[in-house]
Design a protein around this ligand. Sequence first.
Ligand SMILES: [Zn+2]
Length: 397
Amino acid sequence: MKVLRARHIFDGARWISPGELSWDEGGAILAVRRAPRGARIRDLAILPGLVNAHAHLQLDAVGEAPSTFVDWIGQVMAARGRTQPSTLVASAVRSLRELLDDGCTAVGEIDSSGLSKKALLRVPFAGRCYQEVTGFHLDAATSKALVAARRQDGTAACLGGMSPHAPYSVSAALFRACQSTRQPLSVHAAELPEEQQFLREGTGPFRELLERLGRLPAGFCAPKVGAIRWLEQLGLLRPTTLLVHCQELERGDAARIAAAGAPIVVCPGTMRYFGRRPPPVPEWLRRGIPVALGTDSRASNESMSMRSELARAAAMWPSLRPQELFAMATTHGGLALRRKGLGLLRKGLRADFFAVHGSEESTEAILAEFVHGSRAPVATWLAGHMHRCRAKVGSDG
Ligand SMILES: [Zn+2]
């Protein structure tokens, strides 16, 4: 058994000061409780591991943002096509270690090659690994075959899911084939004005791209509704479908998403990279939508750090309280990935947590400094194993 006694422990809902966290050799939490009187207490605050609800761990940087999104997608696809499988796995491992350095222990990975599982076995993050598929030209039979070939169960800690990429790159039949797996889904949705234009009118850069790729089916008819209503018509707007970005919601979409119970993930680093305006996250939260945070990939973000993402979110939505921001980076991520225990420290759950320095300050001050980026983790524990130690921290038992 391992024991850590700290000045403060946040279990995901309340603070215990001073607190004691114990876990077994398998990494399962045995107890989170008040530390016994007279015990030696470390000047630390323990918090649940952060949840990165949207990442592409294998992707590498492509440099400055090209002038259009379609050009950017072209660069990302070309770079991926040139990369050896072993390099993709190595990139994913590097991304996971970088995330771990800043307190993150769970991920919603978008796996475009089927290789992320290898990285997740080496650095055993919790969360969900979604297999990404595209094919705007695919009919029912070819969609079923593609999904059957790509479907995976994930690892013990990071379960399987499907990611039909986006409404401009996935046919109705392919969306339905992903849905028929009954695994949770992650979809890039309502990300761009050009996406809405293509779905509403069947015109614009995405039409041209699909024509160039030979992927626009003969006799194609646009759905004539925006992305969220299109997903609703396909039967995909539900709690098990994670909506990524939602930059360009149309009137009534937020109410539709809230009524359906679908979660949203926003990626502040990607907004900054493309110079996008932050969407109304405080309003979405007021509607009861679980809004989570993600790093997206190095192709549109300078680092893989959920602490940086939190600091950007705090600056983008200054009306949000530190507790709300921290929930976006933890428990909301758990809801988004359909992994309910994530972001909590409770008996029986996995010991995924991190520590920051904390002595006599108020817990409010500690949390506020953390979400604004000025207090870095000194160590992160993944399944009970300490993985990063910027200051000397040991175990009490
Ligand atoms: Zn993405």
